[in-house]
Design a protein around this ligand. Structure first.
Ligand code: ATP
Ligand code: MG
Length: 446
């Protein structure tokens, strides 16, 4: 079953397909790009599938990169861009983490091993024919997500497909067909067998590829993914019974643009300290005193489990820790400098972005947006003057203290901390002779 369809791939796709076909190897465009174009959306990377074996692909093109020869993938350079060209494959052995594949002779077999009907489309760049053996196009038209073949089997072959299904459903507004949904929910306890890297990559795709990540993330909740992979977030979703904290969390994630995935992660994790620190206040309501500290630690645990980089983990834990630390709107500049020293001036732009997202999500109801903007402007004004905020910014250091006859030791640091406190109050003091004068007077009692 096939029909002719006009898609618009970059010229390189047609060039590469032509070269392979002229050498006698049937070649198709496959995967996400075909799906996106059939949906009428701009396509991401165009991938090609061919009957040619990797060594044959490398013989046809002058400039190739071995991307994964054992999986049959060769990168072909055209117009400064790399295109993935992969030999037709079939699954031979599967065990829930990664399918083991071998080369196949026809495109139908290759399509049959793909996960969802709309991902099992192939388009011929020369003839314009669309192959759609599993009715993927109709599913897209009806906004339906279905696995290729028996859902429970397909999820058991590779449990990552559970997360992929929820991402695609969120991204393309699809309803998951009942049998697929049932098998998917039943498969969620097995997700713990996936490697941290694959889970993290999927989450990053949700955060970077979906303007509204909330739909996919709420499907994570509904399917039971949170219970097994992110129990800390399952507790957020269960907090208060009405799902209000979870709804706010999702709105906060969506209020951060997808171009800032680390900040989105901070928004997603900002409330994880709340369920464990809940206590009754005197009037019988709830309060969450100190949740930022607990939450910061918990967010760090989640990210360690995902094997996030140390830098990203530290950034997110600092944002969660300081989410509610803002100087009062009428703070004097010295107060703003003390605050900058406390949270770390490098964090400031993201901390304000997080505050804006939380405000837009309805998190800080008492706050007026004008106040937040005014504080942002004040913090920027103070920062522009590059005030001394760390010991390294002081106009004198250990060298000068030694010259004043002070022995190196714990006292050194004490003195420098004292000087820093003074120059944070009044940056005009940060000159060598003024600071030396202070040391003489206050510490050497000269
Ligand atoms: P995106 O690039 O946005 O993640 P995509 O559909 O292009 O979406 P890729 O991971 O690039 O996803 O994979 C390309 C194609 O390979 C998919 O369209 C699908 O046909 C197939 N595929 C990818 N991962 C799997 C999997 N775990 N199981 C089965 N088929 C898969
Ligand atoms: Mg892709």
């Amino acid at each position: 079953m096939s029909e002719v369809l006009s898609l618009s791939p970059p010229p390189a796709v047609r060039r590469i397909a032509t070269r392979l076909e002229e050498a006698g190897y049937e070649t198709w465009a496959v995967g996400g790009a075909v799906r996106d174009q059939v949906l009428g959306r701009p396509a991401g990377d165009w991938d090609l599938a061919t009957r040619a074996r990797p060594e044959e692909i490398r013989r046809v093109f002058r400039r190739t990169v071995p991307l994964g020869i054992e999986h049959g993938t060769v990168g072909v350079l055209d117009g400064g861009k790399l295109y993935e060209v992969t030999t037709f494959r079939r699954d031979v052995e599967t065990f829930g983490r990664h399918a083991v594949v071998e080369f196949a002779d026809d495109i139908e077999e290759d399509l049959a091993r793909r996960d969802f009907t709309f991902n099992a489309l192939a388009w011929h760049p020369l003839s314009g024919r669309l192959l759609d053996p599993f009715g993927g196009r109709g599913d897209l038209a009806d906004r339906r997500l279905r696995t290729v073949g028996e859902p429970a089997e397909r999820f058991a072959e590779d449990y990552l497909r559970v997360l992929r299904a929820l991402r695609f459903a969120g991204q393309f507004h699809l309803d998951i067909e009942p049998a697929t949904w049932e098998a998917l929910r039943a498969a969620t306890p097995q997700l713990v067998r996936l490697s941290a890297e694959r889970v993290r990559e999927e989450l990053v795709k949700v955060l970077t590829q979906l303007r509204s990540a909330s739909r996919a993330l709420d499907l994570y909740r509904a399917a039971g993914v949170l219970d097994h992979l992110f129990p800390e977030l399952a507790a957020v979703a269960a907090e208060g019974g009405g799902g209000e904290l979870w709804a706010t969390t999702l709105r906060a994630v969506d209020a951060v643009p997808p171009s800032r995935p680390t900040l989105r992660l901070a928004a997603l994790l900002h409330a994880v300290g709340m369920p464990p620190s809940r206590t009754r206040d005197l009037r019988g309501g709830w309060r969450y005193t100190g949740h930022e500290v607990v939450g910061s630690r918990t967010a760090g645990d989640v990210m360690a489990r995902l094997k996030s980089s140390n830098a990203e983990r530290e950034w997110v834990t600092r944002l969660v820790r300081h989410q509610n630390d803002l100087f009062p709107p009428d703070a004097p500049d010295a107060g703003i400098r003390r605050w900058l020293r406390h949270v770390g001036d490098d964090l400031v732009p993201d901390l304000f972005r997080l505050r804006f997202a939380l405000w837009r999500a309805g998190r800080s109801s008492g706050e007026r947006p004008g106040d937040l903007l005014a504080r942002w402007a004040a913090a920027r004004r103070v920062l522009r003057a590059s005030p001394p905020l760390a010991i390294a910014d002081l106009a004198i250091g250990g060298h000068e203290l030694k010259r004043l006859g002070i022995e190196q030791g714990p006292r050194f640091r004490e003195i420098l901390e004292d000087l820093l406190e003074r120059v944070v109050e009044d940056p005009s003091l940060n000159r060598p002779h003024v600071l030396e004068e202070i040391v003489r007077r206050e510490w050497l009692h000269e």
